[in-house]
Structure formats: C-alpha cells, structure tokens
Design a protein around this ligand. Structure first.
Ligand code: TXA
Ligand code: MG
Length: 352
C-alpha cells in the first residue's frame, strides 16, 4: 500500500493536512497521528471493517478493545449509554486530556471496537491536530497506540514512519508527543473509581476530580489476571526485541553502572543523577529528576536499545509516586527481569 506522509505542525495544523486525515477516515482508511500521549493508529469507530484492519496491521489480539477518541460531548452521547453525572458535571476538568473512561457502550459500537464487551473506553485528546481531524470528519476515532503489538509505544514520528510505512493510508510526520505515556484508564461505574491502567494523568489528579481512587494491582504491573476488566493488561507490552533489565536498588544500579559503563554490550538508561559520567552507551531520561521528563523520554529509550549496537538495556527503578507509577508499570512490563543483587546481574550477563 502507498502510504502518504504529511509533515505537519501538530499544534497549529494546516486546514489541508486536517482535511486529508478526515477524508481517509471517511473512506474507511487508517491514519497514524500524534496525540499528546503517544501516536495512535486510527479509523472510523463506527466501521467494523476498518477496525479489523487496525487489528491486522498491529497484530493485536481480537479481544483487546480500542479506545474511542472524540472531539466533543455530543459524540460521547452517541457512542455510550448512561453517562455518569460526575462526567456531565466535571468533564471540563479532565478533557481534553490524557484520561480514558469506561462507559456502557451504545448499540452503535461494533463488537470489533469494543472487543465484544458491552462497554467502550473513551477519551478526548488535547492534541490540536488529533482533535481537529476528529472534528472535521465528524466521526469518533477508534485508535490504539500506534505500535506493532508487544513493541514499545511510539512517541516520535520517526518511529511511526518506520513501523507503519506501507501498511496504513496516511502518517502524520508531526515530531514528538508532549507527554510520552499513554492515557490513564479508569472505571467509574462502581462505588470508587478504579485505575485500570496507570498513565499520563497521575492518580492524585484523578482523585482530586473523582474522589479517592483504587489503584488496581494489575495497573501497577505487580499482578496478573487471565480475566482482567481491562483485557489489554494480560498481554505482553512495551518490549524491545533485545532484553531490558531493571535494577531495583539505586546504589546497586550505580555500582553496576560503574563496573560496566565502558562495556559496549550494555545501554544504560536512567536519570542523570544515576549516570555518573558521559558516554555513548547511555541514555539520559533527564537531569532534574523531573518524572514528567523521564516519562516523555521513556519509550524512545526502549526503542533506542534495539537501534543501538548493545546487547541489552539496563534501567533503574523509580519511586512509585505521581508519574512514577505509570513509568514503573511500563518498565516492569518491558523488562525481562528485576535485578536485586549483584549475582542476579552476573547471571544475566552470563546468559547474553
Ligand atoms: O494514550 C492512549 O490511551 C493511546 C492514545 C492513542 O490515545 N491509546 C492507547 O490505546 O494506549 P491502547 O489500545 O494501546 O490501550 C488501550 C487500553 C488497553 O489496555 C485496553 O484493554 C483498554 O485500554 N480498554 C479499551 N477498551 C476497554 C474497555 N471497554 N474496558 C476495559 N478496558 C478497555
Ligand atoms: Mg498500546
């Protein structure tokens, strides 16, 4: 398939660029577009046939439902039933933005989009280009993260073009995503709001809108279920092709870094305070210890492991507060083992 690649300013897109995306959606095609979280691969959410194309291009398991993206509240009412009052009252506090909410689905939603559930996950993205395309087409857009299943999500157009040229109709070459982590997925149908997937909106901010949240152990990445509320959580995710290990203890990370920092087999990924010298086999996740900066750079660092000549990536753990919760969830899922002692690491080195 010929893929059209359009260079565009994601904050201030030309009318022409927006129209091209809108017309692909209306014809049932696929677009790869930036959101503030990660790149998405999108289609008309009312079209079962188009949704099936996404599953095929992404090699995604059919029972893992898609998030539907909207640009106004009218669309929300069209695709859902029984919108909770708290959403009607407070939606301006979280939308547009990186929060996805589970609703009862309207009968208009194809089972191919909802994974056969009677619910649908919805969010209104804040990215200007994304919202403008949805608004121009008048169609809600079903869009999972634009990455082949199991691979790290994509936060820069360079990787989007690499991964999807030839398999979608249109890719927006729009640079980097501003947040770099997927949206937080919550379920507010019960007594207390539950975080099903930790994400770019931190739990403190979700609580300030919906009341105290329960963070599912699966969302932390420390529990597993064959039958979770959020089907996506049971699958392998975010993983580079080469092994990534997480070292849980900061002083152990520094010790191992000192010992192996000249060893080209390893790519060390971490905050500057953990990487004590400059070098070529390291990737900085930021200097200030700002978790949002680390979040923004995380997925590209995973992809860098595969692009570099190293044999494995080595990352340290993060405190599980604010964005750290989502960062740790992604690292746990992407890594093949948690290193707790020096002999753990030695065993890993021998296995390479
Ligand atoms: O930031 C994001 O959320 C990005 C951008 C493109 O918006 N999208 C994204 O989609 O991360 P995806 O497909 O990679 O992840 C969607 C997650 C999956 O874990 C899926 O199982 C869950 O949301 N999900 C979707 N519909 C659901 C539903 N009806 N009930 C429970 N979980 C649902
Ligand atoms: Mg994904």
């Amino acid at each position: 398939m010929m893929t059209r690649i359009i260079k565009v300013d994601q904050d201030n897109p030309s009318q022409e660029a927006v129209q091209e995306g809108s017309s692909v959606l209306k014809k049932g095609g696929l677009i790869v577009f930036p959101t503030e979280t990660v790149y998405g691969i999108g289609c008309n959410a009312f079209s079962a046939e188009s949704a099936l194309k996404i599953f095929s291009v992404k090699k995604r398991p059919a029972d893992n439902p898609l998030i539907v993206h909207i640009s106004n509240m009218e669309m929300l009412h069209k695709i859902t039933r029984d919108v909770p009052e708290v959403v009607e009252e407070r939606w301006k506090k979280f939308w547009p933005g990186p929060l996805t909410i589970i609703f009862n689905a309207s009968p208009l939603m194809p089972a191919e989009v909802t994974g056969g559930l009677d619910t649908v996950a919805v969010r209104m993205p804040s990215n200007n280009l994304a919202r403008s395309i949805i608004e121009a087409s008048g169609l809600p857009v079903a869009a999972p993260s634009a990455n082949i299943s199991t691979r790290p999500s994509i936060t820069s157009s360079e990787y989007a073009i690499q991964e999807f040229s030839g398999s979608v109709d249109l890719i927006y070459d729009a640079g980097d995503c501003s947040l770099g982590l997927e949206s937080t997925v919550i379920d507010i149908r019960g007594e207390k709001p539950i975080v099903l997937r930790a994400g770019a909106m931190n739990a403190e901010d979700v609580s300030s809108i919906f009341g105290e949240v329960v963070i599912d152990d699966i969302a932390r990445g420390i529990a597993y279920s064959e039958n979770p509320i959020s089907p996506g959580t049971k699958y392998k995710h975010y993983s580079p092709s080469k092994p990534l290990v997480m070292i849980e203890d900061d002083s152990l990370y520094k010790r191992i870094f000192r010992k192996y920092s000249m060893d080209r087999r390893f790519l060390f990924i971490g905050l500057d305070q953990m990487l004590e010298r400059n070098g070529q086999n390291l990737i900085s996740l930021g200097g200030s210890g700002d978790l949002r900066e680390a979040a923004r750079k995380l997925f590209s660092s995973f992809r860098e492991i595969d692009r570099s000549n190293c044999l494995a990536g080595v990352i340290h753990s993060f405190p599980e507060e604010k964005e750290g919760l989502a960062i740790m969830n992604r690292i746990r899922k992407a890594s093949i083992m948690v290193v707790r002692t020096e002999s753990d690491f030695n065993r890993f080195v021998e296995s390479l």
